[in-house]
Design a protein around this ligand. Sequence first.
Ligand SMILES: C[S@@+](CC[C@H](N)C(=O)[O-])C[C@H]1O[C@@H](n2cnc3c(N)ncnc32)[C@H](O)[C@@H]1O
Length: 250
Amino acid sequence: MTRPSLVATFPMRNEPERKVYDRGYVRSLFDSIAFRYDFLNHLLSAGVDVFWRRKAIGLLQPFHPGRILDVATGTGDMAITAARKLSAEVIGIDISPEMLRIGRSKIASMGLRSRITLTEGSAEEISFAARSFDAVTVAFGVRNFSDLQQGLLEIQRVLKVNGVAVILEFSRPSISLVEESFGFYFTRILPVVGGLISGNADAYRYLPNTVGEFPAGTDFLSILHSAGFKETIQYPLTFGIATIYIGIKR
Ligand SMILES: C[S@@+](CC[C@H](N)C(=O)[O-])C[C@H]1O[C@@H](n2cnc3c(N)ncnc32)[C@H](O)[C@@H]1O
């Protein structure tokens, strides 16, 4: 795996200072843990991640999207949830070929190949025409973007007018006892268990590092605003451990 390299510490105007990793490093990190990603995801979140994705897709239901782009689709769990809950065509993009390979075989085994297509691509340079999707989803992806503002502007560009972006991301719990317990779990237990099972402890140190510094709550809403999204709203989940953000393109 390539060594971590920082691209910037404050990539956009109203974003708090934070470390941002370059795309090559992030790609090789996810390539290296792809074979254990689904197993560890469900184990380390005790299955709550499944409920969070369902909730996020449920919020899309009233919009009746016909065509959805799932950015940073990874092994396709958000795309699969969308295809199952909504009668939509879903395209997933991701920078990690290994995550996509595992996603494609899952989709084939679920008989969803005619509804979901996964293809390599980055959030910062989306290879689809302007105004080509009714909705864009991102689950646990935005904090990994090497350029958050560029990624959000690209999401804006490919959305149709009145299209909706649904972004699910880790955030910081509002109750201090939950924040402390979660912080201990995230920084002490998760890297050890994740490292042992995936063989890559660095990857599971990367997770708390990126979550701790990533803008959450109203900070993220104002970033969405400055990328041009309107009627932004947040739905904190499970004591604020994760949050769903919604923004509309008008
Ligand atoms: C934590 S995983 C989330 C995967 C999936 N969305 C889920 O809910 O399980 C983050 C994914 O973001 C991808 N990723 C990171 N930076 C990206 C970028 N700039 N453009 C597209 N995908 C990116 C990684 O390769 C990885 O598959």
